[in-house]
Structure formats: C-alpha cells, structure tokens
Design a binder for this molecule. Structure first.
Ligand code: AMP
Ligand code: ZN
Length: 452
C-alpha cells in the first residue's frame, strides 16, 4: 500500500497518514454558507479535497472512505439576503445548494462527498452538544445567548499559533455586554422578530456557526476522525473554536490531521465576496472555459501555496488537455496508475508534480490512469474537445476530398482544404496508416463551410 504523507497544520509537520481505522477512513471539510454563487476561491478547497478523496479511495478502497462536506444553511448572511429579497430562507438555500452542485460537482467534475449534511437538519445534535458543554462548565448562558468559555480550554490558540493574550492585544475579539470575557464566542444566539428560530432550553434561537461543524462531524464521523480540512482563512477563529468545543465536549477527541489550502488571490489579495474582487465558477463556465480546464489550473499549484487565476494559465491548460485527449482517444486506462503520479500525490498531495509526471508519460493508457487520480480526462468531462457528429463528418469528408484531389493532381483544391483547416483550427497529421486530426484551441467550424 502506498504510504501517504500529509502536512498537518496542527503539528506543523509532514506526517505519515495512519488512519484510526483503515476500513473507515474519515474526512471532514467545511462547506459553503449557501446564500450566493460560489466564487473561484471557494472552488479551490472543493477540488483539492476531491483529489485527496480520490487518493484515499484508491489507497484504502472506495467503500472504506467517508467524506463529509456540510452546507451552512443558517447564518446572518442568509438572513440578510432574505431581508433584501423577501424570499424565504428555504428558497434561498435550496437554490444556492442546487447552484453549488451544478457548478462544483457537475461543472468541475468532483465526486459527490459521502454525506452533504445541512446544518438545519442537525440543530438537535447542536443543542445536545451545547448542553453537555454547559454541564461541564465550558459554557454559560447569558441574555438568551450561550457562550463558550475560551479560558476553560488551556490549548486554545494552539492550531493557529496565537496566544490568548495576543488575541486581546490585537483586539481580534468582539466585546459584547453578554460576554463574561471578550474572548468567549457564541454557541447559541436568540432569534428575534422574523428570524428563523428553533426551540431550545435558552429560548427560541439559532446555533452559532462554529458549533454546526462540530455537531455534524460528531454525528457522521464520530468523536475522533482522521482529517479535517478547509481554507486557511478558516484556521482562526473557526477551526480553533471547533477544536475547543469538540475537545471539551468529547474528552480531548477530535480530528487528528488538519489540512488547510492557501488562498486563491487576485493581485495579492484573497478573492472574497467582501472585497468584491471575485468572479464565480459559473462566470467562467459561461465564458466557455471548460470545467476541466478550471480544475487543471487549480491543481497546477500546490494547495499550500497562494495562487492566481490567469487567462494564460487557462490557455495552457486547454492546450495540454486537448493534446492529452487527442492522445488517449479510444484508449482504455491501464489497470494501475503509474507510481510517479501516485508517489507525487502521496507526498502531501503534490498535484503540480503529478501533472509534471503526466507530461512525461509516453503510454496513453498510463496517462489516462494517472489523470483519473486528479479527476482529469474523465469521459463525461470531455465533450468540450469533441466537435459534434455533423462537424466530424464534415472534417472527415474534407480529408477524403483532399486525398482524392491530390491523387487527381488538383493541387489547388488540396491546398485550399489545407488552408481552410489551418484557418478553422484543425490539425492534420499525415501518417502511414492514413490521416489523423484533432481540433486546436479556438477551433471554429464555420470556417470549414466554404470548403464544402
Ligand atoms: P465560505 O463560504 O466563505 O465559508 O467558504 C467556503 C470555503 O471556501 C472555505 O473552505 C473557505 O476557506 C474557502 N475559501 C474562501 N475564499 C477562498 C479563496 N480566496 N481561496 C481559497 N479558498 C477560499
Ligand atoms: Zn467548519
């Protein structure tokens, strides 16, 4: 079995991955807050952890890996959208989840996680967990709120390497009248007026964001599990808070390995809704950039490094994928992926190295098997490289015409067809067995019409 090593943000070391139970390898990744279309930055963890999911399935067997990615479907931003539009919260979240699945699963060719829980289906478990924290004196009620006592958990700040005193000095904490200590964070808050509310021992209210992930992970994966992932922007406070609550509720048990993807940036700044420097995955798909190309670009930088999206990267990715699809057309993948690709991925998910290994492959069967680990060259993602049946018939008819024209020494007609192919973006390879062809980026079939 391939030995997998992963960089654990919690220990700041690359560690050999040794699952708690190799028959049930468990991964939790924080999912989106569903009030709007996902932007390209949001797609980065989706694609990165999809490759980890594929690697784990390959290594331990597909049926032995459980991947949970949640939907945060109750949140102030969702309520704000309801206020703006007057549409119901259910309507907003259901539509956004549908978009997310269209863009991230169908669009980018990611495997659906084993479970995609919605926070609102787990409120009962959240309440139970909060009650347990109060009973153990790690939380308290104040003015309809329940707050977690940060100073009751000695290791608070260990994940992100911050001390509690630094947090206060840096004023990274919100002061509020109901907090006994400004560091304390909300587990439950009261709902007022028309805000969505659930009954609780502390009155009608709703959960805080952090407790949602802790409760869903506990319910679907157990108190201890193998890997917890998400973007680096979630490390503090979200993951720090998840750790504090879960470890206090469950006697020190929680995720063993923490993995954080670095940010997708725009001119040196994190792409985000709040900065307004974003474009959505749907924007790119609508511009005709294939999902497979987006995926390739995202994987061409190691997940732990910041990266930019550029049109040039997309162009190069498109060239490469077209070439690879041409080479592997009609070929079956080899039974096992080559060790060069597997070793690169097993080394802390080194996707750029895996892509470099694919570039070096001479056997198209190996290329296909290796690409599958990255979610590339899948048959259902390749429609964009293949012209429709009528265009294929036109191209093949013209190739035959060119052969006939040459035989008849009608060089004018043969050259016109050749020039037309160049103009339309069809590359013809004359081989001893006949004539192969492939379309190039920017292929324009209308330029072939005049040759008929
Ligand atoms: P959000 O809906 O903002 O909570 O984000 C959903 C996921 O996308 C989280 O795992 C974030 O860490 C991640 N994320 C948000 N912005 C970026 C970005 N610019 N680059 C990479 N990941 C991001
Ligand atoms: Zn989370």
């Amino acid at each position: 079995m391939t030995q997998i090593k992963l960089h654990n943000t919690a220990t700041r070391r690359k560690e050999v991955f040794d699952p708690l139970d190799p028959k049930n390898v468990r991964l939790y990744v924080c999912g989106p807050t569903v009030y709007d279309r996902a932007h390209l930055g949001n797609a980065r963890p989706v694609v990165v952890f999809d490759v980890l999911f594929r690697l784990l399935r390959h290594t331990f067997g597909a049926e032995h890996v459980t991947y949970v990615r949640n939907y945060t479907d109750i949140d102030d931003k969702i309520i704000a959208k309801y206020r703006e539009t007057g549409r119901s919260v259910q309507d907003i979240t259901a539509e956004t989840i549908k978009w997310y699945e269209d863009d991230m699963i169908a669009g980018l060719g990611t495997l659906p996680p084993t479970h995609q829980p919605r926070a609102t289906d787990y409120v009962r478990q959240m309440i139970a967990m909060i009650e347990g924290l109060i009973a153990k004196d790690h939380a308290y009620e104040a003015q309809g709120h329940v707050l977690f006592k940060v100073r009751s958990y000695a290791d608070y700040g260990a994940l992100s390497g911050r001390s509690v005193d630094d947090m206060i000095a840096g004023a990274r904490v919100e002061v509020a009248p109901y907090k006994a200590d400004p560091l304390d964070f909300v587990l439950w808050k009261p709902s007022t007026g028309d805000e969505p509310a659930w009954d609780s021992p502390w009155g009608p209210g709703r959960p805080g964001w952090h407790i949602e992930c802790s409760a869903m992970a506990r319910d679907l994966l157990g108190e201890s599990f193998d890997i917890h992932g998400g973007g680096l922007d979630l490390q503090f406070p979200h993951h720090e808070n998840e750790i504090a609550q879960s470890k206090c509720a469950h006697d020190g048990a929680f995720a063993r390995i923490w993995m954080h993807n670095e940010m997708l940036q725009v001119e040196g700044k994190k792409m985000s809704k709040s900065l307004g420097n974003f474009f959505t995955v749907r924007d790119l798909l609508d511009q005709g950039i294939p999902g497979e190309v987006i995926r390739f670009v995202l994987l061409s930088t190691h997940y732990a490094k910041p990266m930019d999206w550029t049109a040039e990267k997309a162009r190069q990715a498109e060239d490469t994928l077209r070439k690879w699809r041409g080479l592997t057309n009609g070929i079956e993948p080899s039974v096992k992926p080559a060790s060069s690709v597997l070793d690169a991925l097993a080394d802390d998910l080194n996707t750029p190295k895996a892509i470099a290994a694919l570039h070096g492959m001479s056997d198209p069967s190996d290329l296909l098997a290796g690409a599958a680990l990255l979610g590339l060259l899948a048959p259902n993602m390749g429609r964009w490289t293949r012209p429709d049946a009528a265009t294929v018939a036109l191209i093949e008819g013209l190739l035959q015409d060119r052969l006939n024209a040459r035989k008849a020494r009608d060089f004018e007609r043969a050259d016109a067809i050749r020039d037309g192919f160049v103009a339309a973006g069809v590359e013809v390879n004359d081989t001893k067995d006949g004539q192969g062809w492939q379309v190039k980026p920017g292929f324009d079939p209308t330029k072939l019409e005049a040759l008929k």
